[in-house]
Design a binder for this molecule. Sequence first.
Ligand SMILES: *Cc1c(COP(=O)(O)O)cnc(C)c1O
Length: 453
Amino acid sequence: MDRAEYERLVRIDREHSWHPFTQMKVWVSEDPLIIASGEGNYLVDVHGVKYLDGVSSLWCNVHGHRKRELDESLVAQAGRIAHSTMLGLANIPATELASELIEIAPADLTRVFYSDSGAESVEIALRMAAQYWQLRGERARTRFVALEGSYHGDTTGAVSVGYSEPFHVHIRSLLFQAVKIRPPQVFRAQQGLTPGEALQQALSEARDVIAQHPNHIAALIIEPMMQGAAGMWDHPASYLRDVAHMVREAGGLVIADEVATGFGRTGAMFACEHAALAPDLMCVGKGLTGGYLPLAATFAREAIYDAFLGEPEEYRAFYYGHTYTGNPLAAAVARENLRLFDNERVIDRIQPRISQLRRGLSELVAPLLHVTDVRQVGLMVGIEIMRDPQQRTQYAASDHIGARVTQEARNRGVVIRNLGDVVILMPPLSIGEAELDFLLKVTQASIEQVTGG
Ligand SMILES: *Cc1c(COP(=O)(O)O)cnc(C)c1O
C-alpha cells in the first residue's frame, strides 16, 4: 500500500473510529499500525511488515492466522447458510458443536447455551444462577462472590462482579454489589508474604467473608488458575479447589470463567482440570473458534437446566438470547477448531513450548533490574515492572512504562499489549520454538531498553 492510501485510512480512522479501552487523545496523535493480513503466527501490516502476534490477537488466536482447515470450514458453511436463528429453530453446526463441547467439558456439565462474547457468556451464567435460586424457592440467594482484581467482561452485570476503580468509577451507579474476596496474589506480591502464607491468609479471609453471608450466596465466579486482565494473577490449584469447596458448603454454585483460560491456554484443555474442579456453570469464549469469530458459550449442569422446566404459562424458561445466538458460521469454525486440537494433538505439542517459556523467562527476563515478578501458567504470562522492586515502588502512571515496552517491542517486530506496568505474553498455541525464542529475546531487550537495566 502506498503512503497516500495509508494516510487516507488513518484520516478516516481518526475522524470516525472510536477504539476500545483507548484514550483517543493519545491514539489520534500517533501513527496507527493497520493490519492487512495474517500468516501463521504473524500479523502483516499495510506496508507488508510482519509482526509476531505475541498476545494472540487479544488472547484468542489458537492455531495461527489463515489456518487452512479453519478457512475451509468457514467457506464450506458459507456455501450452505451464514445465519439462521436459534429462537424456535435449530441448525446443524450449533447442534453438533454442543455435543462435541460437552464431550470435552469438565464432568457433569451437560448443557450448552450460546452467545457472541465472553462478557455475554458471563451475564448468562450470572442470570442462570440467579434465576435458578428463585425457581428453587431459595429467594435470598442473590449474592455473587468474586475475587478482587477479577475481570469477567465489560457489560454491566459482568463489570459488577469484576469492578476496577479507574475503569468503572463513572458507571458505579449502574452496578450491583458483589461479595469480594482477596486472592493469594494480593498477599504475596502486594503485601510481601511467602506463597504459603499468602495462600493461608487468602483462604482464611475467604472463609470469614463467606461465613458473613449465610444462605445469601448464589454463586462464586472465578477465573480458574489465572486472573488474566488483573495483570496475570495466578493462584495455586489448591486455592481454586478450597474456595470452590467453601462456597459449596455455604450452598452456592461455582461458575468457572474460562473465557481466557479455556482451549489449552494454561496447558490443559480447561484450567479447571488442574484442580480437578467440576464447576456448576462454565463460560468459554475467546479460543472457542480458534480466534476466528465471535462465539461464546455457557455450560450448565443438568440439575440447573431441570429447574427451568415447566409449562409455558409458568414462565420458568430462561428468557435470554441474542440475534446471532448459535451462529452457524461461527459454530462450524468452532467444530473445526476442536478437530484440530485432536488431530494435531495440540495439548501435547505445547508442553515443550511451556517449558521453553519458563526457562526463557527465568534466564532472560526475571534477572532484569526492574522486573519484580514473573507469573506464568501455561502459555499465559505477566511480567511486572517497578521502579524499585526491593522497595516495591511503582513507576509514576505518567511514565507510561508498560506502554513504552509495548511500543519498543513493536519496533522490534512483536505485537504485545501491556496491562499497566505488567507486560503480557500470550502467544498462539501454534507458536514454534524459534518464534518463542524471538518473543523472549524481544521482550527482554524491550524491557531493558525502556527501564535502562
Ligand atoms: C476477555 C474475558 C472476558 C470477556 O470476553 P469478551 O469476549 O471480551 O466479552 C470475560 N472473562 C475473562 C476471564 C476474559 O479474559
